[in-house]
Design a protein around this ligand. Structure first.
Ligand SMILES: [Zn+2]
Length: 494
């Protein structure tokens, strides 16, 4: 039997329940003894009974039933399933800044993720290469920030055409509604203070130098970030949050905080004055302060902030209203954060980045990943891991086919660990199940990577790595990487 994610307890009994077109389903809510997302599915001579801890639980029971119907077309075995997820946060992230995906394409990704009981869609909407949200106040964020002159992400596939896309408010409302129908919460990401070239292109005065720069055409980490010493910056940040919160009505809001080199702040009289006024030792603390300010603002709107682990460098992120998403770090900031009892979402680039080639983040590596057993986590730390998420960054993912190809079937394995917690030991049977669900996605007109890609021979893996290297590595990217490394180590204080 093929089910993803694997339910906690399955008992198959003798006998079959036959039905004409649709089985008759009795649904009950039993919140006294089932968790919110927990459910029990019973199929016997009386038909189908789904009991859920809430409507959500009932919904997950229905999803399991649908998967069973794919397994047993036209009849169902007598069965008892009792199930609940390990993690309350089961996320996928799509970057629509580097490359844009239409509402219909996003909906297809949501359809696929709903099959596997994901419950969080993290939507990366702003970055150096494009601001994709329709703004009323500060309209140039959309008019200028949503456009870039060309696309030059790779050495071989550059495109001189202007790239200009954004989502209207109505389109985003439609996406949010679509997610809610599937019990998926939507988390917008407004990435600050770094990765903001598209904002600065629209309003140069919110950068430290105030110079005109253009929305980036290449990938990377860029020196111009928001000027934290300028009061106008706060107004822009609040305006974006205000307008996003009108559309994105769920609890969480991602405020980025990653890859913000401090060089401009060091040279800026306003930023230096702000740091001194607040009595900070370094500029990492100033960033921590900014994130806390924005988190407080979100709290006043009933929201909880999420930031990338980079923001922990100053050591002053307040755990009061902020959760951290861990993607990569060389020190133990995130681990210490979790060990102190603060909430952590695990999104480690290996194995969870879906834009990395299959040769790097293989299906097997994801399937066997144990988010609660990251090195250094204590028991308290393990219990602070509220879930996992798999991001797909799209510098090198140009269209829907490539997007789906990178995510599926890898997101099957992500769904598996997100639900079960990741003590998975049945890799061989999981491979069979993977083939089964690839067929189902193809029936849904969602492309998946061919088997040769995810079960690659050593030669295949070598060519995946070679292609990846060719696209990623340019002389600029190497020198920039070295510069950033230096800046990160010194914290920009030298
Ligand atoms: Zn400044």
């Amino acid at each position: 039997m093929h089910l993803i994610p694997t339910p906690r307890k399955i008992e198959i009994k003798s006998g079959f329940y036959y039905f004409e077109e649709k089985p008759e389903i009795k649904k009950e809510i039993k919140h006294s003894f089932l968790t919110d997302e927990g459910y029990r599915l019973t199929i016997d001579e009386n038909g189908v009974l789904i009991e859920g801890g809430s409507e959500k639980g009932v919904y997950y029971g229905e999803i399991t039933l649908k998967q069973l119907m794919h397994n047993y077309r036209g009849l169902l075995p007598y069965i008892y399933i009792s199930d609940e997820p390990e993690f309350s946060y089961r996320g996928f992230m799509i970057d629509s800044s580097r490359h844009f995906f239409t509402v219909e394409e996003i909906k297809k990704m949501i359809d696929a993720c709903a099959v596997f009981k994901f419950n969080k869609f993290h939507f990366h909407l702003t970055d150096d290469q494009g601001f994709r949200f329709e703004m009323k106040e500060y309209p140039l964020l959309t008019e200028i920030g949503s456009k870039r002159r060309a696309s030059e992400f790779s050495r071989e596939e550059n495109d001189d055409e202007e790239y200009a896309y954004f989502y209207t408010k109505d389109e985003l409302k439609e996406i949010v509604e679509y997610c809610h129908e599937r019990y998926i919460e939507v988390i917008p990401e407004f990435d600050i203070p770094g990765h903001t070239t598209s904002l600065i292109a629209a309003y140069p005065e919110i950068s430290c130098k105030g110079e005109n720069i253009e929305t980036k055409t290449k990938g990377g980490i860029f020196p111009d970030i928001l000027c934290v010493g300028n009061p106008e910056t706060e107004k822009v940040i609040h305006a974006v949050i205000d307008e996003m919160c009108e559309i994105f009505t769920d609890k969480y809001f991602h405020i980025g905080g990653d890859e913000a080199p401090k060089g401009r702040w060091v040279d800026c009289p306003k930023c230096r004055a702000k740091k001194d006024e607040l009595g900070f030792k370094n500029f990492q603390e100033l960033q921590g302060w900014l994130m806390n300010e924005v988190s407080d603002y979100l709290k006043s709107k009933g929201k909880t902030a999420i930031c990338w682990n980079d923001a922990l460098k100053g050591g002053n992120i307040s755990s009061d209203n902020t959760m951290v998403s861990l993607w990569y770090e060389r020190n133990n900031n995130s681990i210490n954060w979790a060990n102190a009892g603060n909430k952590l979402i695990v999104e480690c680039n290996t194995p969870l980045y879906a834009d990395y080639p299959y040769a790097v983040n293989s299906l097997e590596k994801i399937y066997k990943f144990k988010p609660k057993k990251l090195k250094g986590l204590t028991e308290v730390g393990s219990n602070s891991v509220i879930g996992i998420e798999s991001p797909i960054w799209t510098e090198h993912v140009k269209n829907f086919k490539e997007l789906a190809f990178m995510c599926f079937p890898r997101w099957f394995a992500v769904a598996e660990i997100a639900w079960t917690g990741g003590e998975n030991k049945e890799y061989k049977s999981f491979l069979e199940t993977t083939k089964f669900f690839c067929d189902i996605l193809r029936e849904m007109k969602i492309p998946t990577a061919p088997k040769s890609e995810w079960l690659g021979t050593p030669q295949k893996k070598f060519s995946q790595l070679l292609n990846y290297g060719k696209r990623m590595i340019t002389p600029e990217s190497v020198s920039e990487f070295l510069r950033i490394q230096k800046n990160e180590i010194t914290g920009g204080d030298e």
